[in-house]
Design a protein around this ligand. Structure first.
Ligand SMILES: Cc1cc2nc3c(=O)[nH]c(=O)nc-3n(C[C@H](O)[C@H](O)[C@H](O)COP(=O)(O)OP(=O)(O)OC[C@H]3O[C@@H](n4cnc5c(N)ncnc54)[C@H](O)[C@@H]3O)c2cc1C
Length: 379
């Protein structure tokens, strides 16, 4: 038997997240879109409410939840505003490599103070010439005695302007490809580390994204995650969970757009009856509902494999590309259902459609996620 119902505890998490989203995020979502800024106060409240660092073990200051639990919570926050919830949730990706590759001592040293204080981190993999082909990164790490010296430039780094620490990927030898890549924890105050251009984006406007510049940054040897050459592995493992989280971003966006469209279709009257009763739109709404629900099931399925400590790389990639393609389609259809009003800033569906586009691009474009899933099928 398959039971799709949530446990009492999961229902309680869902309610906490839904109430928080309704009180703290939804009322300001449009304002944060029009006037992009750091949602510091909302992050502080989310931390107090136990809505941050969801899957990080309790011994390292996290909530110790499973990936299905966190997906249930994230769907609620994402349905209110994905830019704000992205800033609340960034630690799960940023700290993923520390959880995957760090020693117990490193986890305690880096994660405990970060998580207890409610501060945030960043994940630094992408470079101008190494996006989809992240294994081709050029940031160099040179071992000099008891420390490494890092030189290079990262781009599109979420939360870069506000991070307390960065997980940075750099190579000790570019000729070794991915086998030369190492993962480091780099504190914000490290001399030589600076934040460059902040991106001005189409959507998810309050999701801070900027360059990280590393000029002869000295990183103690004890900040290397695992062994030399293992960094790419830690980055990819962190992205498995990250992709389930991005699937919940797609899911939250799609759900919000569907709910807005359904409500509008019930009240807007043309040709003497609600537009949702015209078959052209009625079928569109039926397709939207099915897409939202199937995206949720794929997301929960990938999360449930992770919770059972099974390999979930393919399922995470599938959930990511499916749920985010659903987000793009459903938000676009929601604008269509609103007609001319949907194209104005008076209705939220315009924001949802802009926000959705990014979900098909970050944490591996949907082409790359299809390559991950397709590659696994052929092995
Ligand atoms: C807002 C935002 C936030 C981000 N946050 C982070 C972050 O926190 N940390 C981080 O490290 N990175 C982050 N990224 C980077 C993101 O992961 C990359 O943008 C993404 O991986 C794509 O790389 P690219 O932009 O260089 O595109 P490219 O790799 O240049 O791709 C361009 C196009 O070519 C396609 N393509 C490339 N190779 C193939 C192939 N083999 N087969 C088929 N199609 C292909 C792509 O799918 C895409 O359509 C973020 C990006 C954005 C926009």
């Amino acid at each position: 038997m398959i039971d799709f119902s949530l446990s009492e505890q999961q229902k309680a998490f869902q309610k906490t997240a839904r109430d928080f989203a309704a009180k703290e995020i939804a009322p300001v979502a449009l304002d944060y879109d029009r006037n992009p800024r750091f949602p510091g106060e909302i992050i502080r409240k989310a931390h107090s409410a136990g809505l941050m660092n969801l899957t990080c073990p309790k011994e390292y200051g996290g909530q110790g939840l499973g990936l299905v639990d966190s997906s249930v919570i994230n769907e609620e926050l994402n349905a209110a505003c994905v830019a704000i919830s992205g800033m609340i949730g960034i630690n799960s990706l940023a700290c993923g490599p520390i959880l995957c590759g760090g020693s117990p001592e490193q986890k305690k040293r880096f994660l405990l103070p970060l998580n207890q204080s409610g501060k945030t981190a960043s994940f630094g993999l992408t470079e101008r010439e190494a996006g989809s082909d992240a294994g081709g990164l050029k940031t160099r790490a040179k071992l000099e005695g008891d420390h490494y010296v890092l030189t290079g430039q990262k781009c599109f780094i979420t939360n870069a302007s506000y991070a307390e620490l960065y997980t940075i990927f750099a190579t000790i030898d570019p000729s070794k490809g991915t086998k030369g890549i190492c993962g480091f924890v780099v504190p914000r105050e490290s001399p030589g580390l600076s934040v460059g251009k902040v991106e001005d984006k189409m959507g998810q406007r309050s999701l801070n994204v900027a360059e990280v510049i590393l000029e002869n940054v000295v990183v103690p040897r004890e900040n290397l995650l695992g062994n030399e050459g293992e960094g790419f592995k830690w980055a990819m493992e962190a992205l498995d969970e990250g992709r389930v989280n991005i699937a919940t971003v797609g899911l939250g966006l799609a759900r919000a757009a569907f709910e807005a469209a359904l409500s509008y279709a019930k009240t807007r009257v043309q040709f003497g009856r609600p537009i949702g009763t015209h078959q052209g739109l009625n079928f569109m709404l039926a397709d939207m509902a099915a897409a939202v629900e199937s995206a949720r099931l794929l997301t929960w399925y990938a999360g449930s494999l992770a919770d059972q400590h099974k390999r979930f790389t393919r399922e995470a990639a599938q959930a990511k590309f499916y749920a985010t393609d659903v987000a793009m389609r459903v938000t676009t259809d929601a604008v269509q259902i609103h007609g001319g009003y949907g194209y104005t800033k008076d209705f939220v569906v315009e924001k949802l459609m802009r926000d959705a586009k990014l979900t098909q691009i970050y944490e591996g474009t949907n082409q790359i996620n299809r390559m991950v899933a397709g590659g696994a099928l052929m092995r």
